[in-house]
Design a protein around this ligand. Structure first.
Ligand code: HEM
Length: 124
């Protein structure tokens, strides 16, 4: 009887650990969590030339008010579709926004940018 109880307890621990491992590996692939986990520093200096090297749907950096954001994770969720890719590798300040109010200052966009900061723009 005691042996059976011990076996069941061990089995529950093993399955529990495996389950947690699987859950963690799935969760860490979620775009937002991946973004947060990979964000080691948000003060990296990025030159305008380096910014321009990240201009695709798969690798999209955007600068706004001298801050640099990696918005790759957000592209597939953008309500305006792939139009957002035209900003990749660019300084958003140089574009007029097609969003309500005509700027990038709205709370939704600012919230997304805040979550995505990876560095600052080095202009000289
Ligand atoms: C930093 C880059 C951008 C971010 C974070 C962003 C974010 C967003 C968000 C949050 C919405 C939903 C607005 C709402 O629910 O009130 C939206 C809508 C939209 N965005 Fe963007 N956007 C970006 C760049 C762009 C660019 C470059 C374009 C076009 C060239 C664009 C075109 C649109 C359009 C047309 C909509 C409205 C879609 C609709 O209501 O049917 N966006 N964007």
């Amino acid at each position: 009887m005691k042996k059976k109880l011990l076996f069941i307890t061990l089995a529950l621990i093993v399955f529990g650990l495996v389950g947690l491992g699987v859950l963690f590996s799935i969760v860490k692939e979620a775009p937002l969590i991946k973004q947060l986990l990979s964000k080691s520093s948000d003060s990296k200096a990025v030159t305008v030339a380096q910014l321009g090297e990240h201009a695709s749907e798969e690798d999209c950096l955007v600068a706004y008010k001298n801050e640099v954001f990696d918005i790759t994770w957000f592209i597939s969720q953008h309500a305006g579709g792939l139009q957002i890719v035209s900003l990749c590798g660019q300084q958003a300040d140089q574009f007029s926004s097609q969003h309500p109010g005509g700027s990038f200052e709205g709370p939704k966009i600012q919230g997304i940018l805040k979550m995505s900061k990876v560095g600052t723009l080095k202009t000289e």
